[in-house]
Design a protein. Sequence first.
Lengths: 156, 440
Amino acid sequence: MRVEYINPFVEAAFNILKEVLQTEVNREELYLKKSTQPVMGVAAIVGLAGDVEGRVLIDMSKETAMKVASTMNGEELNTIDELVKATITELANMITAQAVTKLHELGFKFDLTPPAIMTGDNMQVSDLNVEALIVPLGLPQGKIEINVAIKERVGA
Amino acid sequence: MNMNTETVANSKELDEKKMKKIDFKMVTFTLAGKDYGIDIMKVREIHKAEKFTFVPNSSPFVRGVYNMRGDIISVIDLRVFFNLPVEKNEKRYENMIILRLEDNTIGVLVDTIEKVIGIDSSRKQPPHPLFGDINIKYIESIVENDDSLYIILEAEKIFSSETITESRTPEKAIPAASAVEEIVFDANAIRTEDNSKALNIGFIEETLPTYAGFYPTALNRDWVIDRFDSWEKQRGSDNTQLDNKEDADAYLRGFNSPFTGELWGDEYISALTSMLPEKSGNVFVWNPGCSRGYESYSIAAVLKSKNPEILLKIQGNDNDLINISSAPGLMIEKGRVPSFYDSFLVSSEKGTQFNEVIKDSLIFEYHDLNNDTSLPPLDFVVCRDTLSYMNEAVQLKVLEKIYESMKPGGLLMLGINEKPSNGSNWELIENNGLKLYKKK
């Protein structure tokens, strides 16, 4: 994980969450994880392609997802329905887009895929040979992990 | 009745359809009770053989050489190669498959040779990462046939080290096995010499990982043992134990290579420069454990001053986020570094840094060696005093990874007191106390 990529993601996640949820966001220590990692329950995934390849995964538990969606929509939501999924997807879109904009300003170019959302129990994400940077963020609604696994195109 | 014949006819038809699509044939054999296949186009013949001529100083999986109607071929025991149990063979003859690779003929010993099976190559499936017995890189694919699963091996991969180096006897060691042997050997040698000293060193070796995160293995054991005498002199013979982190750090004093955490000095640079080959085109360097980047910048300057025309990429890795984050913007105090670097420095109001030529060749990554990564073909690896702080399994994995990714003739630089545990793969080059290891 190239060091220049780290800060844009941390800052984007921090700023966006703080803004849309109007709450304090608690940054926890960053760390690296093996490429195979368990997913907490709801994961929005955004693919990256261009100078670098990889993906960004916004990962949280179902309870957190419902609470975050409730806050963002200003209404109480109690099931993972279309609205919750759409809200989390949008959140992923905003975070990744802001990070990519910051990176673009630094001279790194790449494209995004539209976010996809996955829900379920006991899921794992594997991506051989890429380790993931975990950006854990503590919120009153629960914990959100931004999971960034990108690498330089080999030989590029 | 009618329906039955119809079904039979149908299934026959299906079978025929399947038969028509056979476009891949493989020779199947067993290793430790499991079924494997190998592309028949790679197989020259099947042989029952005995009396292999032992080759001294070869890897454990090399059974020797064999005279096949006048052709001398090397023979490899595939079970040993894959760390599988070798069944005691009651019969005198062993089953051997003779493989024809690009410019090499090699015999491999297996448990039993079954038959030739034709399959539809579209039914081959990629290997699953969970296959335990055999390292996944040797597996081409998996195929199911008649309710059995066959693991199709990639013949070229297994013997790639030989085809590259064109050496007659395969020398690619199994790191795990050879390292263990070395350790046992070392320990025994000391024990017979002086029992209590060995015991004391043993205690120190056990406590170093706990207090200093330092793992004594074949990589650095020579130094750890040598260090004991001066340590004993310093502390007295009844006070050699390491009781806390300070003791451990004191014991390890002197282990680190020269110019750790600073730019390399003139002598070091000139010794290294004379050892490096002339290069042109793309040059890839991997520098794991680069910390704040002084090492990576030094390497860049050395390589660029030797061959200014090369397209250099140096990948610096560290798992300390704070250190590695400061590497891309490293500030230099001009006047306090050797004048060698002057032509690569630029000054601005913010301070002195390396110029664009050097900076553009460097990529710093936050990376933990415990995790896998993919590397381009490498020309040069500088990994000083980094592996010693990883446990043995990781040390071996990383060394294996380096060996695998290294271009033929590529150079490895370890810490001044380290040597590669998979030593037989590397040729030592020495100059002025500086040691480089060249991929054989």
